[in-house]
Design a protein around this ligand. Sequence first.
Ligand code: HEC
Length: 133
Amino acid sequence: MKKSTLVIYASVAIGVAAVLFFQSNSNTGQQIAEISIPQLNAVQTRGRELFDANCSVCHGKNAAGSDNGPSLVQKIYQPRIHADGAFFIAVKSGARAHHWKFGSMMPVAGVEKSEVALIVQYVRALQRANGIK
Ligand code: HEC
């Protein structure tokens, strides 16, 4: 085989590998593999109950992500990038798909503003326990 042919085969192989790599990562992004669970106070515990009932079907147990939605315990959801307001808006009005390939988040019916506040407390506690501030 000619050297130039080998180079072409090698380049194609690298290209395919890169595409597969990025495809396999497009959903999970910078997701933390193993999420540390902090001690929760009463407010955060109530937030966890509400999260488990209304959000975990997509955002996963311990907000670790699922096939339907991203983990919320990752840098991109730190308060400076996604302030608490983003949670209230997402629950009330949904979130157009922009970071991931899961599709858009629909509004979540039946969750009061005061309940979103508790969910935020819970998610922030998880984030802090995993070095996301
Ligand atoms: C049916 C699936 C689903 C449910 C249920 C769901 N989400 Fe989401 N959520 C998503 C997806 C998918 C995204 C990512 C959209 C993107 O950026 O591509 C998202 C994004 C978000 C964001 C980021 C919004 C932004 O501004 O980028 C927040 C905050 C959020 N969800 C909070 C919640 C909370 C709190 C609940 C429960 C009350 C909840 N979600 C329930 C699917 C869901």
